[in-house]
Design a protein around this ligand. Structure first.
Ligand SMILES: Cc1ncc(C[n+]2csc(CCOP(=O)(O)OP(=O)(O)O)c2C)c(N)n1
Length: 564
């Protein structure tokens, strides 16, 4: 029970709420528990922070992640001790590895109950340490203000990431001096406290770019995170350079523009986009880890074939995968604008028509399949009909399986900034539904769509209740094929079609969703898909379209090959 407190002091739980407010937090996603009762009472009494009750903590973290990606603010989620901590973990890991600032608070057993086999007791410090950018277990209520200040600073400066705070029951009830409750509100948004690159390295990079015959940008999530889209386009124009992206980098450049190559790599890239990478003699990676997927296991670009300039806010990234000619460590926006300044007076005469020709070839192949009336419905048709029926400002969230590679390759992002995303760090199935809820909360005026496989549906279906309870006008699209299709396709290409334990039973996802109160359709006929999507997208509440789709092992691979 909360004891009466003196005016100059707050309870620990009240101080937590005030510290969140001081950092500009407006919404918290989470799920209640015994150890969280003081925190819930403080949230109820102190008002102003909206609490979105979720149906499991994993999805609370995914919602916070989607919210952060769209709002530019720290996403906050919470859960109780024990299972609440182990369940919140997957979402925190994804956010941390994807450089998204998410703060998870798990309440905990009392400090005074530690080591007594107390129900739900767990070593939260050790559990979270390797998987977050920063974490702490509170032992005294007096430490609450500085612990929260440190968490926000860690999450939003440098490479953004996730933080975790364990908040014991008795710490929530102890006293905190009101005067200690203060914050720098700019740390509630990201990136905060941007850092500029070393000017001598900027000069070196500019010198290399002046000599480039065919420069190319490969942009990861860092461009959108930094809000560096304008600076990127100016530099690309100056150099007459094509701009390719990773999946997380979609939104770095308007994909309709002449500079845009689209997505490269083994999950969304095509032979045409690969050819553009292979043609470059100077590659500028921007906010991109040059990981296995983007580079098709470090084969495109081939080591030593192109000179490399690598821009990243994390000093550990340049040089991790390629011998780098110039590492530029700093905020992407500041690095790109410094490079433009260093290139003042220079303009490369170039020709983007080969890029245009490759893009045309890629989309010609796509459109031939997208217009097919074959059943089961081809994945290309789903992308095509979605593209036709969505406004350019819509937000699309894709799960792994069929959705991510097909949408990454062929869904054209019109405009810049975050309009399309997927969980590219760990690629856990069942992310998109919850992340779309967070995204919608952050940007309620635009249409949000989540596209998932039926494997993913099985892992997130419970949150349909949340969408119905909150009457969220999100459209969920299920690619229904009764198989873990991506893996079956891997068995086809890599193991001579020895299919093993990848097929599961058919579910009518529309009927399941109807039972939750979601207006739903099950579509077999490709000719009807467009009209159904149009209606589903236009309705004011949650809708679900279950599309009976061709499985990946029978489809034309959207990717150059399957690589692990
Ligand atoms: C939590 C989790 N477990 C396993 C995997 C490995 N995995 C990657 S894709 C995939 C199959 C996806 O199946 P589904 O969602 O039905 O989509 P489909 O590939 O059939 O379109 C699996 C099992 C994963 N990504 N995440």
């Amino acid at each position: 029970m909360n004891k009466p407190v003196e005016l100059a002091t707050l309870t620990g739980a009240e101080a937590v709420v005030e510290m969140l407010k001081a950092h500009g937090v407006e919404v918290v996603f989470g799920l209640c528990g015994d150890t969280s009762l003081p925190l819930y009472d403080a949230l109820a009494r102190l008002g102003s922070i909206r609490h979105i009750l979720t149906r499991d903590e994993r999805h609370a973290a995914y919602m916070a992640d989607g919210y952060a990606r769209l709002s530019g603010r720290v996403g906050v989620c919470e859960g109780p001790s024990g299972g609440g901590a182990t369940y919140i973990l997957p979402g925190l890991v994804e956010a941390n590895e994807s450089s998204i600032p998410v703060l998870a608070i798990n309440t905990d057993v009392s400090v005074s109950s530690r080591g007594k086999f107390t129900l739900t007791e767990l070593d939260q410090r050790s559990l979270m340490k390797p998987l977050t950018k920063w974490n702490a277990v509170l032992d005294r209520s007096a430490d609450i203000p500085r612990t929260f200040r440190k968490a926000f600073e860690a999450m939003t400066t440098g490479r953004p990431g996730a933080a975790h705070i364990a908040l014991p029951f008795d710490v929530q009830n102890g006293p905190v001096e009101r005067a200690e409750v203060w914050a720098d509100p700019t740390l509630g948004r990201f990136p905060s406290r941007r850092v500029a690159p070393d000017p001598s390295l900027v000069e070196l990079a500019a010198r290399l770019l002046r000599k480039a015959r065919q420069p190319l940008f490969i942009c990861g999530g860092g461009v959108v995170l930094s809000g560096a889209e304008t600076e990127l386009l100016s530099l690309a124009e100056l150099l007459c350079a094509p701009v390719a992206t990773t999946i997380s980098g979609k939104g770095s450049v308007d994909e309709r523009c002449a500079h845009s190559v689209g997505v490269v790599g083994s999950n969304g890239g095509t032979p045409e986009t690969r050819a553009i990478v292979d043609a470059a003699d100077v590659i500028v990676f921007v906010g991109c880890r040059a990981g296995s997927v983007t580079t098709e296991r470090w084969r495109h670009p081939q080591a030593g074939k192109a000179r490399i300039i690598h821009i990243d806010v994390d000093p550990a990234v340049p040089g991790a995968n390629y011998k780098v000619d110039v590492p530029l460590v700093g905020d992407a926006r500041l690095c790109l604008s410094s490079l433009s300044e260093a290139l003042e007076g220079y303009r490369r005469e170039g020709d983007l028509s080969p890029v245009e020709a490759k893009k045309r070839a890629k989309f010609d192949k796509f459109e031939a399949l997208a217009r097919s009336d074959d059943t089961p419905i081809k994945p290309e048709r789903v992308v095509f009909e979605l593209q036709k029926n969505l406004d350019g400002d819509a937000i699309v969230v894709a799960d792994p399986g069929t959705p991510c590679p097909y949408l990454s390759a062929y869904y054209v992002v019109k405009g810049t900034g975050r309009r399309y995303f997927s969980n590219r760090a760990h690629g856990a199935l069942g992310y998109a539904l919850a992340a779309s809820i967070g995204a919608h909360v952050a940007r309620p005026k635009v249409k949000t769509v989540a596209v998932m496989g039926d494997g993913s549906f099985g892992m997130c279906v419970g949150e349909l209740e949340t969408a119905v309870r909150l009457r969220l006008p999100i459209t969920f699209v299920v690619i229904s094929n009764a198989v873990y299709g991506w893996i079956k396709a891997g068995q086809k290409t890599g193991y001579e079609g020895r299919y093993f334990s990848v097929d599961f039973g058919v579910t009518d996802h529309a009927r399941v969703a109807e039972a939750f109160g979601v207006k739903s359709w099950r579509v077999f006929d490709p000719g009807k898909l467009g009209a159904v999507l149009k209606e589903a997208i236009s309705l004011p509440g949650p809708t679900l379209v279950d599309v009976v789709c061709q499985p990946l092992h029978e489809a034309r691979a959207p990717v150059s090959e399957w690589v692990a």
